[in-house]
Design a protein around this ligand. Structure first.
Ligand code: GDP
Ligand code: IMO
Ligand code: MG
Length: 432
């Protein structure tokens, strides 16, 4: 029995979905614990692509259970769309396969509208570049103790009371602050009651279910969303998301005790990408950056935005090792570096006369640091079809070794293509 947490080590889109899908074969439960449908997790199985925003990436295995923990925020329309989409593909999602925590909060229409209106009202240097999915405003309401929870869907009077109170404030903001149309009580309530009927069979106590699974000796896989540098506390604030994305969040976001976590695998893209605004020390504004963007197919899985690209950042990787207590690395998209004659990795930052080994907390400084690079030889040949670690070009193995030495964490998975099969599993994290 073991419990494994998967987290992103950079700014998201490291390939978490692919690795979660791969590891699900050894798991009994797959659990999302934070974030919402700002996430876009891509799986490719037998050349068929699936993108999940809210449903855990273990859902393609019919004998596994998927859980959406209390730390997740749920847009019910999107969740129902994903359930419907899977059913159309012949994969019915039944309450035996999916449980939603009664304590997860709901993303409401007014959260989306406020997220978009707020972003639109900001000057260019202040924009966060959010996904516009209502993430920030929903977490604000949760922390402000006025959010609407999944469990509230089962009690119409609570829904009516909370909605009445919320609309008084939200419509004031929409109309008076942003000059937007208000949201109407009757239509929001009607939608909620419709969602309630459809989602009620899925609602349960995820914490209790996971504890029972653990005591039965089953394997539990926790699926993080976003990445360490997007963490609300530890990321490049304010250019972050509104939840804790680090591994500790798996415990509070699912109701699972920290002493029961056995390993934490950090997903590390072999280079770096970022969507939206904010500091990105190793960003490339040249042809190499364009090449990584094109070869890596770096477009956002949620918003379709072009991802900014740059070299691997060892400072970011070290931050992730420390903040998540990583026990293993899954190095993804190594194939995208094929064809680069030289490969660079930042090993520290220079800030004026200072040398830094961690991302500065001050966002202006984070925007000003100069990466100090180490250069390595690249490899010319494509590596997608390699199934044996030993068969990788020697330069690729040297690159992996350098990452392991620099971070002090071993690589347990190397991914050489988007498909489930294009993966070198060096050590199964469930077999520790
Ligand atoms: P996530 O948000 O961390 O799950 O990552 P995304 O799904 O948003 O972005 C990762 C993208 O890279 C997806 O299009 C994946 O299909 C793709 N991908 C994952 N691993 C690899 C890999 O090793 N090589 C290549 N070429 N693509 C990969
Ligand atoms: P996955 O799980 C990459 C970014 C947004 C924006 C910032 C805040 O697919 O890795 P938000 O809508 O959360 O308020 O936006 O965070 N962001 C992501 N970037 N991958 C993600 O998720 C992201 N989720 C949010 O682009 O910069
Ligand atoms: Mg993504």
């Amino acid at each position: 029995m073991s419990s494994v947490v998967i987290v992103g080590t950079q700014w998201g889109d490291e390939g978490k979905g692919k690795i979660v899908d791969l590891l699900t074969r050894s798991a009994d439960y797959v659990v999302r614990f934070q974030g919402g449908n700002n996430a876009g997790h891509t799986l490719v199985v037998n050349k068929q692509q699936y993108i999940f925003h809210i449903i855990p990436s273990g859902i393609l295995y019919e004998d596994k259970k998927c859980m959406i923990g209390n730390g997740v925020i749920i847009d019910p329309a999107i969740l129902l769309q994903e359930i419907g989409g899977l059913a159309e593909k012949g994969l019915p999602v039944t309450p035996e396969r999916l449980m939603i925590s009664e304590n997860a909060h709901l993303i409401m229409e007014y959260h989306r509208r406020l997220d978009q209106a707020q972003e639109a009202s900001l000057t260019k240097d202040k924009k966060i570049g959010t996904t516009g999915r209502g993430i920030g405003p929903c977490y604000v309401d949760k922390v402000g103790r006025v959010g609407i929870k999944v469990g509230d869907l089962l009690d119409e009077q609570i829904l009516r009371d909370k909605l009445t109170a919320a609309l008084e404030e939200k419509n004031f903001l929409l109309k008076e602050k942003f000059g937007e149309q208000p949201v109407f009580f009757d239509s929001v309530l009607a939608n909620l009651l419709d969602y309630a009927e459809k989602l009620a069979p899925f609602v349960g106590n995820v914490s209790v279910e996971l504890d029972l699974a653990r005591t039965r000796g089953e394997n539990i896989l926790f699926e993080g969303a976003q990445g360490t540098q997007l963490d609300i506390d530890h990321g490049t604030y304010p250019f972050v998301t509104s939840s804790n994305t680090v591994a500790g969040s798996a415990c509070n976001g699912a109701g699972f005790g920290p002493t029961h976590i056995d390993s934490v695998i950090g997903i590390l893209k072999a280079y770096t990408t970022r969507v939206g605004e904010g500091p990105f020390p190793t960003e490339l504004h040249d042809e190499t950056g364009e090449q990584l963007q094109r070869k890596g197919g770096e477009f956002g899985a949620t918003t379709g935005r072009k991802r900014r690209c740059g070299w691997l950042d060892g400072v970011v990787a070290s931050d992730a090792v420390r903040l998540n207590g990583l026990t293993g690395l899954a190095i993804t998209k190594l194939d995208v570096l094929s064809g680069q004659s030289r490969i660079k990795m930042a090993t520290s930052y220079k800030l004026d006369e200072l040398s830094l080994s961690a991302m500065p907390a001050n966002v202006k400084e984070a925007g000003r640091v100069e990466p100090v690079y180490e250069e390595m030889s690249g490899w010319p040949s494509e590596i997608n079809e390699i199934t044996n670690y030993e068969d990788l070009p020697v330069e690729a193995k040297d690159y992996i070794k350098r990452i392991e030495d620099f971070t002090g964490v071993e690589a347990v998975i190397v991914s050489v293509g988007p498909d489930r099969d294009e993966t070198l599993l060096l050590k199964d994290p469930f077999e520790v």
